[in-house]
Design a protein around this ligand. Structure first.
Ligand code: CP
Length: 326
């Protein structure tokens, strides 16, 4: 069990004065650098606890409603695992077609319903801004698990935690984001989040029709972070510390012909990676559909499977924080 100096408050009673008690997690824009360091500290403690004891009763008696209007493997199951490793339980609603949503119930009413039964709600929804709508309807904390092409803040937190765990720092890094930067909500959140750190350089590599949205570029530019756009990886791979690869998001294209034009635009494989540094990592929020060859999986720089595990610790930290236990 943690000592008194730990940020985990055991055994019972929530700290309603804690900074994060009852808060929503909607966007990475809400985090300062100090907030991020605090979250990573709690996640680090969670990792230690999972390694030592596996499951413990920090959130015993608490209930999470996991409400997913879009498919998910990692986010949904890692939030479930996080709650259960903390001794709590989960109401899983992954198939909204079997819920009253099919009868026409609004998002706000669905949220008001679930908060009668749960202490915290994780929401994935296809519309940008849906998490904010849910948060307006709810008195209990809403955790945004992806709102359309908007944001995926808990993914960006786990991505940054991965970088810190793997490379030992979040300052002085060149991060290259590759693939579908238009529709990929994870890169929107990650670019914003990394702009909190010092001497970060962001490179964006994408087909012309999948460039990073101007809104994100402008926000990052306000933080004086150097950014550059490319159509090819070749020139900037040797300087890259983190190569963040994304899937082309077929489901978001209005015209399937456009998808056909850009699918398979980039494939990372051992040959392509030859000019890259030895001390760098390749990340991917997953799922992948061919943009990283399985031939690369055994390379020590392939961090994407470890990245999923880091997500468990970050999500445990967030649940404990918003429920007044960290
Ligand atoms: N990275 C991510 O959000 O994966 P899922 O869609 O499987 O949750």
């Amino acid at each position: 069990m943690p000592t008194n100096s730990s940020s985990l408050h055991l055994p019972f009673g929530e700290n309603k004065n804690a900074q994060w008690y009852g808060k929503d997690i909607l966007s990475v824009k809400q985090f300062s650098r100090a907030d991020l360091e605090y979250i990573f500290g709690v996640a680090h403690e969670m990792r230690g606890m999972v390694e030592r004891v596996g499951t413990f009763d920090l959130l015993k008696g608490k209930i999470l409603a996991n409400l997913f209007y879009e498919p998910s493997t990692r986010t949904s199951s890692s939030f479930t695992a996080a709650m259960e490793r903390l001794g709590g339980s989960v109401i899983p609603i992954s198939e909204v077609k079997y819920s009253s949503v099919t009868k026409g119930e609004s998002l706000s009413d669905t949220i008001r319903t679930l908060e009668c039964y749960a202490d915290v709600i994780v929401l994935r929804h296809p519309e940008t801004g849906s998490a904010e709508i849910a948060a307006k309807a709810a008195k209990k904390p809403i955790l945004n698990a992806g709102d359309g092409v908007g944001e995926h803040p808990t993914q960006a937190l786990l991505d940054a935690f991965t970088i810190k765990a793997e490379l030992g720092k979040l300052d002085n890094l060149t991060v290259t984001m590759l693939g579908d930067l238009k529709y990929g909500r994870t890169v929107h959140s990650l670019a914003r989040l990394l702009s909190n750190f010092t001497n970060i350089k962001l490179n964006y590599v994408s087909p012309d029709i999948l460039k990073m949205p101007k809104e994100v570029l402008d926000e990052v530019a306000e933080k004086k972070v150097p950014q550059a756009e490319y159509s090819s990886l070749e020139k900037i791979l040797p300087e890259t510390d983190v190569l963040y690869v994304t899937r082309v998001q077929k489901e978001r294209f209005e015209d399937p012909a456009d998808y056909e034009k850009v699918k398979g635009a980039y494939v990372i494989d051992p040959e392509i990676m030859k000019p890259a540094k030895k001390e760098m990592i390749v990340m991917h929020p997953l799922p992948r559909v061919g943009e990283i060859s399985t031939d690369f999986d055994d390379d020590p720089r392939a961090a994407y499977f470890r990245q999923m595990e880091y997500g468990l610790y970050v999500r445990m930290a967030l649940l404990a924080m918003v429920l007044g236990k960290a």
